[in-house]
Write a protein that binds this ligand. Sequence first.
Ligand SMILES: C[S@@+](CC[C@H](N)C(=O)[O-])C[C@H]1O[C@@H](n2cnc3c(N)ncnc32)[C@H](O)[C@@H]1O
Length: 276
Amino acid sequence: MSTDNIREVVKQKYGAAALRVQAAASSCCCGSSPAPAGGCDPITSGLYSTQQSGEIPAQALQASLGCGNPTALAQLNPGETVLDLGSGGGIDVLLSAKRVGPTGKAYGLDMTDEMLALARANQKKAGVTNVEFLKGEIENIPLPDDAVDVIISNCVINLSADKDRVLREAFRVLKPGGRFAVSDVVVTGEVPAAIRKNVELWIGCIAGALRDSDYAAKLAAAGFEGIGIEPTRVYDVADARQFLAGQGIDVDAVAAQVDGKFMSAFIRARKGTKRP
Ligand SMILES: C[S@@+](CC[C@H](N)C(=O)[O-])C[C@H]1O[C@@H](n2cnc3c(N)ncnc32)[C@H](O)[C@@H]1O
């Protein structure tokens, strides 16, 4: 698939997801939490604490399509500026806005009109004013150099066909000393290409997940320091059994090649304070 095709597929998929959330206010739930737009799947459900869920409108929680909770793991201080790459329905932007307070600001960036409309509606319901949702692509961030203290993102960079460019852009807009604090799907070790493709399809990584070592290398190439990748949720074949079986795969035969290799991870890095 070409870069433009990938972008169109991603826009269509998430545009439809945003419309589903708007149409079906509270259709079902996962345990005690409202079901996220991705359904009660092992990737998107149960990511936010009861306390965090109580801080935002129910529709923002239902629009959650992430694979982690970067706002719980990132250090966010009052007065700081945060940028969320691929902000979707706005959940992490609204949570960040609370953390940075009225003297800080949280930007959300998304390319899908329906998601931006949903995020702005959620902002209105939440009644927060230190938030701005921007339309644009994470490969071409519409902000000047050295503009933000923290970059967060939740399961979006794996959707990009040009991850090097995304990381270079993230580095550019961070202030010296700024932090990169992102949740994303990564792969560890070798997985045969055909199996990898099917598991990625299940996870929704349209453009492919990076290996953890490649992610770290790309961050370093973009200029980042202090790089760390910590697993937050590790998937095994049982999580994907139904989907993989539907693709005609002998699930038991491939279990050893899948188990423990795909994970949601928290990826952190820092922009140094010295000018190159
Ligand atoms: C998996 S959803 C995650 C949304 C949100 N971060 C969350 O946790 O609920 C991916 C979002 O990223 C947006 N997106 C994907 N690729 C993008 C790109 N290249 N530029 C801007 N937005 C993008 C989609 O429109 C969608 O809203």
